[in-house]
Design a protein around this ligand. Structure first.
Ligand SMILES: [Mn+2]
Length: 335
């Protein structure tokens, strides 16, 4: 066992109230990891508190317990665990509200699996960031097993949801033989994978208005780099109208990647305050998503990444730069 694991064990067992923090872009991995830790910490006799600065999106409401995640930072806690991010860039709301000082004043553990990190959480007491893990859920399973922490069936369900989220149902290259072994162990101990899949699908269903909006996004998709780049832009008015019902990026990106010749799909969102976000997804053999996001100060995995630009440039300039960078990166791969 690594000394870091032992230090995590001590830190968790010495704290009475432990805050579990997700970044400003919650997904099935961060939420599943947070909910699994909530159970473990409770079973170890401490009090877990769940926090995320943004609302948990509707498509994640199949994870029971999502509604225990608070948007307000609690005033009392003895230690914190940040899951699924190791960059302050994705904790912007905590940074701008100064809540980050409260975290920095107490012991803090960072558990993550993202490859490249800029703007790291330098005040963390312990950072375990293992890019060979499919997901933070897989990392937590390993830590909990090594430390003999109690893992109930519902804790393992959360971890399985986390793993299935980041590996897209074990279909992408983040899933290793180790991931499959962990999945098998969890199934052996009573987790019903097909039931998890059913509830995920049920919550992923879209209202009719979103179905029609999807057609609009498909019509508006622009293709560049000989059809290897698919790109669509979403203005603030549509974010207001549709985002509360369904996140436009996942609505369209799978179809982009299922279009012949397409290597990467990008959804750019344009906000009225001038900032622009980019969600990038890539097909196997076009593993440039992280690199492209890093160019804009963002990050992620080879096949899924994101960035946020907030400066004086116009949207058109940012979009052109995105296309130019993508052209350059795509010239090196996928031939
Ligand atoms: Mn993750």
């Amino acid at each position: 066992m690594t000394p870091d694991y032992q230090r995590i064990d001590e830190l968790v067992k010495n704290a009475t109230e432990i805050l579990i923090v997700q970044a400003d872009n919650p997904d099935a991995d961060s939420l599943g990891s947070a909910l699994a830790l909530e159970q473990v910490i409770g079973d170890l006799g401490s009090k877990p508190l769940l926090y995320c600065a943004v609302d948990i999106p509707g498509y994640l409401h199949y994870l029971p317990g999502w509604d225990r995640v608070e948007r307000e930072l609690p005033s009392n806690f003895d230690a914190s665990i940040i899951v699924d991010t190791s960059t302050l860039t994705l904790l912007e709301k905590l940074v701008t509200s100064n809540g980050i000082r409260q975290l920095a004043a107490k012991p803090c553990v960072v558990l993550d699996h993202h490859q490249t990190v800029s703007n790291d959480i330098s005040f963390a007491s312990i950072t375990v960031c293992d890019p060979h893990r499919s997901s933070t859920g897989e990392l937590i399973y390993d830590i909990a097993t090594a430390l003999h922490w109690p893992m109930s069936v519902s804790c393992k369900q959360h971890l399985m949801n986390a793993i299935l989220g980041d590996t897209q149902g074990l279909s992408n290259s983040l899933a290793t033989s180790k991931t499959y072994r962990i999945m098998a162990d969890m199934i052996d101990s009573g987790v019903d994978r097909s039931r998890l899949e059913e509830s995920r699908r049920a919550f992923g269903k879209m209202p009719q208005s979103i179905y029609r909006y999807k057609a609009e996004l498909i019509k508006r998709t622009e293709f560049y780099v000989d059809g290897r780049l698919a790109l669509v832009s979403i203005p603030q008015s549509e974010i207001n109208d549709y985002s509360p019902l369904y996140n436009p990026a996942p609505l369209i990106q799978n179809d982009m990647l299922q279009t012949e010749g397409v290597g990467i799909g990008i959804v750019l969102k344009i906000y009225n305050d001038g900032h622009v976000t980019g969600a990038i997804r890539a097909n196997p053999t076009f593993s440039v998503a992280a690199e492209l996001a890093e160019h804009f100060g963002g990050g992620g995995h080879a096949y899924a990444s994101g960035f946020k630009v907030k400066d004086s440039r116009s949207f058109e300039d940012i979009k052109m730069e995105c296309i130019q960078q993508a052209t350059e990166l795509l010239s090196k791969v996928g031939k």
